[in-house]
Design a protein around this ligand. Structure first.
Ligand code: GLU
Length: 416
């Protein structure tokens, strides 16, 4: 018996794998400090929970429309129009799926395919380091990944020249993620406008089918003062940009699995219909009684979001200042999200107290969890400079951050 080639070569999500390992060790009684998954430690705000409970009690337990009910999609369309300045969105331009990850997967399946024999594959341009699930999703869609590697010196941002050089006649997708997972850095509005200009020019000269996926999952968690500009709000690219968002991070709703994709115009409506066809053959729709909870979150919970943002801002300050005191933990200061991505390669070539060689980010992360009980995600699967880096998610308490940094310091001191 054989598994398909598609799954044989598929890696599991490393963020979820490390988070599961940290949880399993905690369940065994090990005092693990987890900086692994990007999962807010806050509880979902009470009014959101109540909306789902009320919907359950009202009998909302049956099938609902595949893309989500029109009322909820209209609320999301209104949010995207009024807050994000996306032009001309209606409920028909929005589709709700089981998490931002699912939205991204479906969009890639709807836009990409393996090339017929003898023809060049569709290319997906991805600035790296990038979130671990984009490359496998590109692979599953049969397309070719084109990395634009960045580094800490450029604050992990691509330049217009780098983008222009990466675009070819085969470019079908450009993925942008600001604020970024795993670095927390953001593009300024001017930087995004400069990238949009390159996309618009390339669309005329050589890549007419180029679409931009703007993953804006962290738009509500920004603390450096940079203004969040939705790529789809820039007129030259508005009609070739898909905005991806979800409720997991901003509203502390990771387990609910709620994401959405939106794109204006005629093509946007066709894309949403195509994604709905895929979804109808897959999981039909999201859990019915979550739909009213989406409306409550978006319409009534901005105060909760602000409280969490302020907490993340304090934690960002704390973790970066504690990390800066440690040797060989160079990190770009995040603008948003809840990640910091230090380069730890200064420690490669050393050995841990228990004798484990530290020659890679994975070695470092393995020794750190085994010997110091601090869980982090090794950078390899984020690509680009990732193999020299570790991702710390600071969606945990200030106390855990302090204890974690103390343990990290002791671990570094013990390396020989
Ligand atoms: N997006 C979060 C992270 O990067 C949750 C896990 C996942 O979906 O990768 O940690």
């Amino acid at each position: 018996m054989q598994l398909s080639r598609r799954v044989q070569s598929l890696k599991p999500s490393s963020t979820l794998a490390i988070a599961a390992r940290a949880k399993a060790l905690k369940a065994q009684g090990v005092d693990i400090l987890s900086f692994s998954a990007g999962e807010p430690d806050f509880d979902t705000p009470e009014p959101i929970k109540q909306a789902a409970i009320d919907a359950l009690h009202a009998g909302m337990t049956r099938y609902v429309p595949v893309p989500g009910d029109p009322e909820t999609r209209a609320v999301l369309a209104h949010k995207l129009t009024s807050e994000n300045n996306l032009p001309g969105l209606t409920a028909d331009h929005v589709i709700i799926s089981a998490g931002g990850k699912h939205s991204l997967y479906l969009v890639m399946q709807a836009l990409l395919e393996a090339a017929p024999p003898g023809q060049p594959p569709a290319e997906v341009i991805l600035p790296t380091p990038a979130w671990v699930s984009y490359p496998p999703q590109v692979q599953l869609a049969g397309a070719r990944l084109v990395e634009i590697e960045t580094n800490a010196a450029s604050r992990f941002k691509i330049t217009p020249d780098q983008l222009a050089a990466a675009i070819t006649e085969n470019s079908r997708l450009l993925i942008l993620n600001s604020p970024s997972n795993p670095t927390g850095v953001m593009y300024t509005p001017d930087e995004l406008r400069a990238l949009a200009k390159v996309v618009a020019e390339a669309a005329v000269s050589k890549a007419p089918d180029l679409v931009v996926v703007s993953d804006e999952l962290y738009e509500k968690i920004i603390y450096s003062g940079i203004e969040h500009l939705s790529f789809g709000a820039i007129p030259e690219v508005a009609h070739r940009t898909i905005t991806i968002n979800g409720l997991s991070k901003a509203y502390a709703m990771t387990g609910w699995r709620i994401g959405y994709a939106a794109m204006p115009g005629e093509f946007g409506a066709s894309l949403c219909k195509a994604v709905a066809r895929l979804q109808s053959q897959m999981n039909s729709h999201i859990t019915s009684f979550c739909l009213p909870a989406i409306r409550t979150a978006v319409l009534e919970c901005s105060d909760y979001v602000e409280q969490m943002r302020l907490a993340f801002a304090k934690r960002a300050e704390l973790i970066t200042s504690r990390m800066a005191e440690l040797p060989g933990m160079q990190a770009a200061k995040p603008d948003g999200a809840f990640y910091v991505f230090p380069d730890v390669s200064a420690h490669f070539g050393k050995r841990s107290k228990a004798g484990a060689p530290i020659n890679s980010a994975s070695d470092f992360a393995a020794a750190l969890i085994d010997e110091a009980h601090v869980a982090v995600v090794p950078g390899e699967d984020f690509l680009g400079p990732g193999p020299r880096c570790l991702r710390f998610s600071f969606a945990c308490s200030e106390e855990d951050i302090n204890r974690g940094m103390t343990r990290l310091g002791e671990f570094l001191d013990s390396l020989t």
